[in-house]
Design a protein around this ligand. Structure first.
Ligand SMILES: Cc1ncc(COP(=O)(O)O)c(C=O)c1O
Length: 395
């Protein structure tokens, strides 16, 4: 496996740094940073609006970016809506769907707040009825649990393809099949899935797929909602404004019918170009290589955590990315994170915006989370293990 550290300016600037916080946000390779700044250096104009040369070039760059990001998840360009992030994409689905015929929305208690909060709000206001699948003592919900909860009253099944607290990768293709067998739609929170293994929107047969560039080597402030074209007309946009209409008179608004209906206002063009560059980078590396690399690191990390006597949360023998939440007995999670920081090891601590999931897994006061990506090495994981052994000995 090629050592990629030299391609990431942050890692060159901080050569001793072990960055294990990629589930929060990933580092960016030089190619992505250059692509993003190329918009400001070379284009600068609005896309999809102005007909002057720079405007046309910006439009072409953005549409090329749309094609490449959509292709990354095996979708077509006209199925992709730009969003700020996964959170916004999920909110567009939550608040845009019509729940008048079917009200029930099935999800799990192990989701990120970006999933739970919008649908809990709709539930509280009586617009939708939220039902949670049952999870076992390790916090895992298997396919049977999903099949029990999904029925012919279900409007939507919404869940993650990769869990940000346990690292578990769900078989979303099977969940989509169960949903469709019951006439329900399926929305996948791909924030932690799309960056780590090949996502195939068409073959897995999702209705909606939400993901963020910043967790997959791309810029912050840009994400995507990929949806089947037949879902677009029935979904209400979250915000309205410039660039979303065919004609407007003071009596009547005639909206456009395609993805632009969801992209009101001037957009984050540099982010889109950077997002596409991140997809190109991952594609050239090969998603099967990303997955294999993380699989190996996950095994090594679990070994190191167990050798340090850490309490590791969530199921262990399941498909996963190289991400673990854990605690050191007797130590506060934030203290452990700060002690690791002193050793130049960056991890996250707390509830990771998934408090019910952490509590279900037994981490009532939160935990420490270490998460890898393509630039991490066995050496990084070993550094974490050695530092944790030292910390463990203090308690
Ligand atoms: C599983 C999961 N879903 C959704 C999100 C929200 O992503 P964003 O903050 O990019 O909108 C995150 C972020 O950590 C996540 O881990």
């Amino acid at each position: 496996m090629k050592d990629l550290k030299g391609e990431f300016p942050i890692l060159s600037k901080h050569p001793g740094l072990v960055y294990l916080d990629s589930a929060c946000t990933s580092l960016k390779p030089r190619k992505v940073i250059d692509a993003e700044s190329s918009y400001y250096n070379e284009l600068g104009a609005c896309a999809g609006r102005s007909s002057h040369r720079l405007g046309r070039e910006a439009s072409n760059a953005v549409e090329s970016a749309r094609e490449r990001v959509a292709a990354f998840v095996s979708a077509k360009a006209d199925e992709l809506v730009w969003t700020r992030n996964t959170t916004e994409a999920l909110n567009i689905v939550a608040y845009g769907l019509d729940y008048t015929k079917r009200k029930k929305v099935v999800t799990s208690g192990l989701e990120h707040h970006a999933v739970l909060l919008p649908w809990m709000d709709l539930h509280e206001r009586g617009i939708a009825r939220l039902e949670l699948v049952k999870s076992d003592a390790s916090g895992h919900a298997d396919e049977d649990a999903w099949a029990d909860a999904i029925d012919r009253e279900t409007a939507l099944v919404v869940t993650n393809s990769g869990n940000n607290t346990s690292g578990v990768s769900q078989c979303t293709k099977n969940l989509a099949r169960i949903a469709h067998d019951n006439g329900a739609l399926v929305c996948i929170d791909g924030a932690q899935g799309v960056p780590h293994r090949k996502a195939d929107f068409r073959r897995e047969n999702f209705d909606f797929l939400c993901f963020s560039a910043h967790k997959m080597l791309g810029p912050t402030g840009i994400g995507a909602l990929v949806m089947k074209k037949e879902r677009m007309a029935g979904l209400q946009p979250l915000i309205r404004g410039g660039g979303t209409v065919k004609t407007v008179s003071l009596e009547k608004v005639v909206p456009v019918r395609d993805y632009t209906r969801f992209e009101a206002g001037v957009q984050h063009y540099s982010g889109m170009i950077g997002f596409a560059a991140a997809c190109d980078y991952l594609k050239s590396y090969g998603m099967e290589n990303v997955e294999a690399h993380e699989k190996a690191l996950a095994v090594e990390m679990l070994r190191e955590l167990e050798a340090a006597g850490a309490t590791v949360y969530g199921p262990k023998d399941v498909p996963r990315s190289a991400l673990y939440s854990f605690n050191i007995k007797g130590a506060k999670a934030h203290d452990v994170a700060l002690m690791l920081d002193k050793e130049d090891i960056a991890v996250r601590s707390g509830f990771f915006c998934a408090q019910p999931a952490m509590e279900a897994m037994g981490a009532k006061e939160g935990a420490v989370r270490a998460s890898c990506y393509i630039y991490n090495t066995s050496e990084d994981v070993k550094r974490l293990g050695d530092a944790l052994k030292k910390i463990s000995a203090l308690y």
